[in-house]
Each structure stands twice: as structure tokens, then as C-alpha cells.
Write a protein that binds this ligand. Structure first.
Ligand SMILES: *[C@@H]1O[C@H](CO)[C@@H](O)[C@H](O)[C@H]1NC(C)=O
Ligand SMILES: *[C@@H]1O[C@H](CO)[C@@H](O)[C@H](O)[C@H]1NC(C)=O
Ligand SMILES: *[C@@H]1O[C@H](CO)[C@@H](O)[C@H](O)[C@H]1NC(C)=O
Ligand SMILES: *[C@@H]1O[C@H](CO)[C@@H](O)[C@H](O)[C@H]1NC(C)=O
Length: 190
């Protein structure tokens, strides 16, 4: 584990402590296409070309426990109105809150180069003291830093991409953190 990662783990511990002494807002969760809490969802962002036909590069298919099969979404992945945008808006609107902790990791963070020494792994974790979500995904340079608003990078439009969001009880948070140590992840910010 590198020094920066040790530092991050230390900070994470501090934030965990803060959980117990701070007031928390509404629970954090994966949110569906209507902004309602959901146990999990999967997004398959379609590639820009379907056979030889060029599409938008931002259309996606959506699946959660309430639908039987993947559905074409009426939203686009770069809109803050879809499940992904709504879920991550919790980060953009609450990242300064004392009552929650978040972590972004991506071997290709926004605005930085793409070195090969990190685990090829990307995700977002956000929890308060009762629960939170863990989003794992394949999109380089995503999502934007918390000080920015939600957006989707143009570099993520050409190829297909997948995103999996799962809502976890806080009791599972330490196990997720332990798992993180084996990923050789590249922390974007905490
Ligand atoms: C999303 O991307 C499409 C295609 O690049 C673009 O036409 C549209 O304006 C974008 N919408 C937002 C909200 O950024
Ligand atoms: C977080 O806690 C610190 C120390 O108690 C306090 O100074 C600060 O105003 C709090 N920030 C927010 C956003 O509540
Ligand atoms: C984010 O969006 C809000 C609402 O549209 C706006 O008030 C704010 O200035 C934006 N922040 C940034 C960093 O672009
Ligand atoms: C989380 O799990 C604990 C222990 O099983 C349980 O007491 C608590 O109600 C759960 N919290 C939520 C938000 O489901």
C-alpha cells in the first residue's frame, strides 16, 4: 500500500469516527429513474455504433429489482435526471456534510493521465451512519470531482459502459473498506 493510500485509510477512519458524533440527513441510497431508493440497479450504456448505425453515445438500458428485464431508459446517461445522475447528485449536494463519508476511485480520474500501475478499477462509495451506496463502473474520467456538478465525460460516449449500484447497510461498510485494500485503487478524492 502506498503512502497516499495509507493517508486515505487514515482519513477514512477519521470520517468513520465522525459518523458517530454527527447529525445525519436523509439516508443515502442508490436511486432509481424516478429518484426513489432502490436496492440495486444496473446501467448498460450503449456504444455509439450499433452495427453500422450511429447512435447518440449517451443512451442506456436500465435494470433494477422492479423491472423484469433491461429497459431502454427515457433519459440519457449525461442527464442528471436519470438513475445515475440522481444517485450521484447525493454526492454533489452533500459532499461537505459532516454526516457522511464518500470516496471516489478511478485508475483514470477526471483531468489526469492514465498510468498502468493501479488496479483497473473504478467506483464511488458514499455512506452515512445507517447506509449508503457503492457504485462500480467502467467509465474513465468519471464521475467529476465533488466540487463540480454531475456530468458525463465525452470520452465515455464511444464505447459501451456498465455501471452497477448497490445499496448497503452501514454494517457492511467496514468489509467494503477491507476489500478496497486489495484493489490497488487510485483515490481521486476524499
Ligand atoms: C448529452 O449528450 C448528447 C450527445 O453528445 C448531447 O446532444 C446533449 O446535449 C447532452 N446533454 C447534456 C444534458 O449534457
Ligand atoms: C462540521 O463539524 C465542524 C466541527 O464540529 C464544524 O465546525 C463545521 O461547521 C461542520 N460542518 C458542517 C457542514 O456541518
Ligand atoms: C452546480 O449547479 C447549480 C445549480 O444548477 C449551480 O447553482 C452551481 O453554481 C453549479 N456549480 C458548479 C461548480 O458548476
Ligand atoms: C442495518 O443492519 C443492522 C443489523 O442487522 C440493523 O439493526 C439495521 O436496522 C440495519 N439498517 C438499515 C438501514 O437497514
Amino acid at each position: 500500500i502506498q503512502r497516499s493510500e495509507m493517508l486515505m485509510l487514515f482519513r477514512l477512519s477519521v470520517y468513520i469516527l465522525l459518523f458517530f458524533i454527527s447529525f445525519s440527513e436523509a439516508v443515502i441510497s442508490c436511486l432509481n429513474e424516478d429518484g426513489q431508493p432502490v436496492d440495486w440497479f444496473i446501467i448498460y450504456k450503449l456504444p455509439i455504433y450499433k452495427m453500422e448505425v450511429k447512435g447518440s453515445g449517451v443512451d442506456y438500458m436500465y435494470l433494477d429489482p422492479s423491472v423484469m428485464d433491461f429497459q431502454m431508459s427515457k433519459h440519457t446517461v449525461n442527464s442528471s435526471k436519470g438513475a445515475l445522475g440522481r444517485t450521484l447528485t447525493q454526492l454533489y449536494s452533500r459532499y461537505t456534510s459532516n454526516g457522511s463519508v464518500y470516496m471516489l476511485y478511478n485508475d483514470a480520474p477526471p483531468e489526469l493521465k492514465y498510468p498502468s500501475k493501479y488496479g483497473h478499477t473504478k467506483g464511488v462509495l458514499m455512506f452515512d451512519h445507517s447506509q449508503g451506496f457503492w457504485l462500480t463502473h467502467s467509465v474513465p474520467h468519471f464521475p467529476p470531482f465533488p466540487e463540480r456538478n454531475y456530468s458525463y465525460p465525452s470520452t465515455g460516449k464511444y464505447y459501451g459502459q456498465t455501471l452497477l449500484c448497490i445499496t448497503y447497510n452501514y454494517t457492511q461498510f467496514p468489509q467494503i473498506c477491507e476489500h478496497m485494500q486489495f484493489l490497488l485503487y487510485r483515490i481521486c478524492l476524499i
